[in-house]
Design a protein around this ligand. Structure first.
Ligand code: AMP
Length: 118
């Protein structure tokens, strides 16, 4: 799932461009949120900036980072009262799609599973 050709559009760019189907749950000028195709929780959403960075630590502007997190919280609150936000950073951090995104997970019966849960 890694973007082998760095010049090629990422998987999420192709979703944004409607070249790949996805269940879109939120969209504005700067962000899109979709249901994860292989959910690791009863509710599993991905909040994705349209402006591409490869991984979240490439974002150095506090405003941009803040808007990303605020959007993730807004999307999470539209679906869940309690939730878990996860960002995988780099291959060693479990990242598979090299286009920054925040996972929103939740909807478990009772308490969330201990640990990563993703
Ligand atoms: P990460 O491991 O943090 O890069 O997460 C990438 C996520 O993208 C994984 O949870 C995948 O299940 C998910 N994914 C892969 N392909 C698609 C797709 N076509 N539509 C929605 N989610 C996808």
């Amino acid at each position: 799932m890694t973007n082998a050709d760095p010049a090629a559009p990422t998987l999420f760019e192709r979703i944004i461009a409607r070249q790949i189907p996805a269940q879109i749950v939120y969209e504005d000028d700067d962000y899109i949120a979709v249901r994860d195709i292989a959910p690791k929780a009863p509710v599993h959403l991905l909040v994705i900036p349209k402006q591409v960075s490869t991984r979240v630590d490439e974002i150095t502007d506090a405003g941009e980072m803040g808007r990303l997190w605020l959007t993730a919280v807004k999307v999470a609150q539209q679906h869940l009262s309690d939730y878990r936000l996860i960002v995988n950073v780099g291959r060693g951090g479990g990242q598979e799609v090299f286009h920054t995104h925040i996972h929103v997970l939740g909807g478990w019966e009772g308490a969330a599973p201990v640990g990563f849960g993703q």
